[in-house]
Ligand binder design. Structure first.
Ligand code: AMP
Length: 216
């Protein structure tokens, strides 16, 4: 089963995608996480995309498509996977359909998580992320329990992503509106889109998603 999560930065799509991947035992493929690991490792790709990411803009389609074609064709993706952060442009979405067609596969569902801009800004500016495993916390709504600066899961240091500063957040929301929102129409036309109200608790949002998956 192939599932795509859409939603603006801060909508909680990463958290929901991760939970669904654990439940369905399918790989969670978060493009932002993969790219941040490349930046941390100072790889050729990481060095190339670092500034674009920090400015809140999108990495060029060609780089993303190369990365994702390789990832999706790995053996752990045979029974399906959960996409979080990809596709982000209509060009990426069309290319993804073409890649999947080659192995006779198709996307089953696209969850579109909706959250107002005011809540997104509040969530993102207070977000802290684990350097090692990528788990997210929030300084007020969901602080780390053992030590506010350390991940509860792996003990690594928490940090504020460079693109979680207010000026960059506004740019990311603008980019989402301009480039990614058209995907909603693209998947609606394919009759794959399900809108999810993303402002309630993580558990309630997850129940709504789970309910939709089990109705397949
Ligand atoms: P995210 O963690 O999903 O918010 O992604 C963080 C940043 O990674 C984005 O602001 C982009 O710069 C880059 N990025 C992630 N996924 C993509 C994608 N599918 N296409 C282009 N850029 C991406």
């Amino acid at each position: 089963m192939i599932i795509v999560f859409l939603g603006p930065p801060g909508s909680g799509k990463g958290t929901q995608a991760r939970q669904l991947s654990e439940k369905l035992k399918l790989p969670h493929i978060g493009t932002g996480n993969i790219l941040r690991r490349e930046v941390q490792a100072a790889s050729t790709l990481g060095l190339k995309v670092k500034d674009v990411m920090n400015s809140g803009n999108l990495v060029p389609d060609a780089d993303i498509l190369e990365l994702m074609t390789n990832r999706i064709n790995e053996s752990d993706c045979k029974s399906g996977f959960i996409l979080d952060g990809f596709p982000r442009t209509t060009k990426q979405a069309k290319s993804l359909d073409e890649i999947l067609e080659k192995s006779n596969r198709q996307i089953k569902r696209v969850f579109n998580i909706k959250v107002s801009d005011a809540i997104l800004i509040e969530r993102l500016s207070g977000r802290r992320t684990c350097k090692q495993c990528g788990t997210n916390y929030h300084i007020i709504n969901a602080p780390a329990k053992k030590n506010k600066d350390q991940c509860d899961k792996c003990g690594s240091e928490l940090y504020q992503r460079a693109d979680d500063k207010v000026a960059t957040i506004k740019q990311r929301l603008k980019v989402y509106e301009e480039q990614t929102a058209s995907l909603i129409y693209f998947y609606k036309q394919q009759d794959k889109l399900i809108d999810i109200r993303g402002e309630s608790s993580i558990d309630r949002v997850f129940k709504e998603i789970e309910g939709n998956v089990s109705r397949q």
